[in-house]
Write a protein that binds this ligand. Structure first.
Ligand code: NDP
Length: 287
């Protein structure tokens, strides 16, 4: 079998075009959606992520405010800037790019962002509300995975969904979203015994580990839908420097029914969902 490719890049473009229209309508009614993005320090990887987010805003006609603060910024200075943005009516979403330098407590930063502007969906209020089924914002990466599955027409109700990875930003919130959509969900992690026995049962298999090509074709149920969240840079060998996922695409695509590529799968969907959350927030503020 050769798997159908789930093209996250094409889907994200379509979603962003739709969002541009919604943003233009809101702007015409007097509320131009606005996203503030704060980068602290000089991590090249973070700078690339931030640049991509700002570019996507510009293309969707969303107002963006980019704050680049030096690596030695104090926690107090960052929190003060977040409070100003919380009070700024032209800002509907605030994103602080993680990770932060060691002198800054990430949890305190996230809790300082107003839950009503927490477009990353990381604030305790939104995390707790997701558990209860009523979040203002859902975290962008798992939301992007759900949109990909929906668009692919993958049956979710009653499906066995296995997620490898239990982080607060991907694995755990995705487990809640899939459960809400009536899948039967298993979460695997580094202490899971016999990982392959779990992954081989999955109708929907999501890899969110951060380990290059660790899920191989023999770990996949024939016909399964495989979503690869991982982004890894290959260190050595003929592909050195290239990006790859947590799934070994060559062997997996021979067994799966559908599969996301890396790059061009979940990554662009994450950015599209950030813009969607910002536009939703602006609509809520507009009343
Ligand atoms: P974390 O490092 O926070 O979590 C990794 C998870 O994988 C942990 O739960 C860990 O288990 C589990 N794990 C590690 N090794 C194994 C193993 N051998 N077997 C089974 N489980 C294992 O990562 P994130 O969730 O933040 O990110 C995961 C990947 O997704 C990364 O490659 C990241 O770059 C990428 N990513 C991509 C995004 C996108 O937009 N496409 C957005 C966010 C992340 P334990 O809890 O026991 O330690």
């Amino acid at each position: 079998m050769t798997a159908r490719i789930l093209d996250g890049l094409a889907l994200s473009r379509a979603i962003r075009a739709e969002l541009a229209e919604r943003a233009a309508e809101l702007t015409a009614r007097g509320t131009r959606p606005g996203l503030a993005v704060i980068l602290v320090g000089d991590s090249p990887a973070s700078a690339v992520y931030v640049r991509n987010k700002i570019r996507a805003c510009t293309e969707a006609d969303i107002h963006s405010i980019y704050e680049h603060m030096p690596a030695d910024t104090t926690e107090a200075a960052l929190l003060a800037r977040i409070r100003e943005l919380n009070a700024d009516p032209s800002v509907h979403g605030i994103l602080v790019q993680l990770p932060l330098p060691p002198q800054i407590d990430e949890a305190r930063v996230i809790e300082t962002i107003s839950p009503a502007k927490d477009v990353d969906g990381f604030h305790l209020h939104n995390a707790g509300a997701l558990l209860a089924g009523t979040p203002l914002f859902k975290p962008c990466t798992p939301l992007g995975v759900m949109k990909l599955l929906e668009h692919a027409g993958t049956p979710i109700e009653g499906a066995d969904a296995v997620i490898v990875g239990r982080s607060n930003i991907v694995g755990k919130p995705l487990a809640l979203m899939l459960t809400a959509a009536n899948a039967t969900v298993t979460i695997c992690h580094s202490r899971t015994r016999d990982l392959a026995a779990h992954t081989r049962r999955a109708d929907i298999l999501v890899a969110a580990v951060g380990s290059a090509r660790m899920i191989t074709g023999d770990m996949i149920k024939p016909g399964a839908t495989v979503i690869d969240v991982g982004i890894n840079r290959i260190a050595e060998g003929p592909d050195a420097g290239k990006l790859c996922g947590d799934v070994d695409f060559d062997s997996a695509s021979q067994v799966a029914g559908a599969i996301t590529p890396v790059p061009g799968g979940v990554g662009p969907m994450t950015i599209a969902m950030l813009l969607a959350n910002t536009v939703d927030s602006a609509r809520r503020f507009a009343g």
